[in-house]
Design a protein around this ligand. Structure first.
Ligand code: ADP
Ligand code: MG
Length: 249
């Protein structure tokens, strides 16, 4: 049984079948990539997973709990975090101030503290934020205003903001889109490091094959809204159906 189980999901936009009978089983602790040509339904599937879209039919179970019909913040509290194509950070705040936002949001969303407990808890949260920044090698940039960071560092900060919430599943939507090669390779290294250290499950939607083959342990190929093949990266590379789906890309 996977940590994430998508069964028979269908989604139509008018006459267009954006997702057709999608079944997907993501094993706990893996890095699972979903690839496919433009218009294959990748973003639609991701939006279903994070509660932004409700499918016409089918179920999505995370850790045995149905995700469908829950608000995005509720899904986040279940332990699913999403990294957006454009880093979602507060550009006029410092790096450290950015880190504190998810820390306090999680605390205040999850449970209420008594006044006496809150000082000790606050200290703990601050330490946690500091620790996380060090883990993504940004401790020395904690006082910088986020808008002045490089694109790669903005991504690092966003990753740290996600991870400090201790999600069990990280959803990544083209995490290197628009990046220069050096920043792309940095992000790949960072994601591999995080995966090794934290054993966190990742689902990555990605167009760039260099990124896919540098990260994924398992790959599902979507074509016209339906999974075409699912296999290891080695087997996907030479798969005739995959070559066919990408022809003309
Ligand atoms: P991908 O992310 O793989 O490029 P999408 O999931 O964005 O593909 O889109 C799948 C198909 O659904 C495309 O044909 C797209 O035009 C269509 N589509 C996506 N969102 C909508 C929408 N909100 N309304 C109508 N059609 C949509
Ligand atoms: Mg897309």
């Amino acid at each position: 049984m996977g940590i994430l189980e998508v069964s028979n999901v269908n989604k139509r936009f008018g006459g267009l079948q954006a997702l057709g009978d999608v079944n997907l089983d993501v094993a706990e602790g893996t890095v699972h990539a979903i690839i496919g040509p433009n218009g294959a339904g990748k973003s639609t599937l991701l939006n279903v997973l994070v509660g932004k879209l409700i499918p016409d039919t089918g179920t999505v179970m995370f850790n045995g709990i149905s995700v469908l019909g829950r608000k995005p913040y509720e899904i986040n509290q279940l332990g699913i975090s999403r990294v957006f194509q454009t880093p979602e950070i507060f550009t006029d705040l410092s790096v450290f101030e950015n880190m504190l936002i998810p820390c306090f949001a999680k605390r205040d969303g999850a449970f209420r503290l008594h006044a006496l407990e809150s000082i000790a808890a606050e200290k703990q949260l601050i330490e946690k934020a500091e620790h996380m920044l060090a883990e993504v090698n940004m401790a020395d940039k904690r006082h910088m205003i986020a808008s002045s960071l490089s694109r790669g560092d903005k991504r690092r900060l966003e990753m740290a903001m996600c991870l400090v919430q201790e999600p069990r599943l990280l959803l990544l939507d083209e995490p290197t889109a628009g990046m220069a090669r050096a920043d792309t390779n940095n992000t790949i290294d960072l994601l591999n490091e995080i995966h090794e250290k934290r054993d966190i499950t990742m689902v990555i939607i990605e167009h760039d094959m260099h990124v896919v083959f540098s990260l994924a342990k398992r790959i599902t190929v979507l074509a016209q809204g339906t999974p075409l093949v699912e296999d290891t990266p080695e087997n996907i590379k030479g798969h005739p159906k995959v070559k066919e789906a990408y022809l003309g890309e």
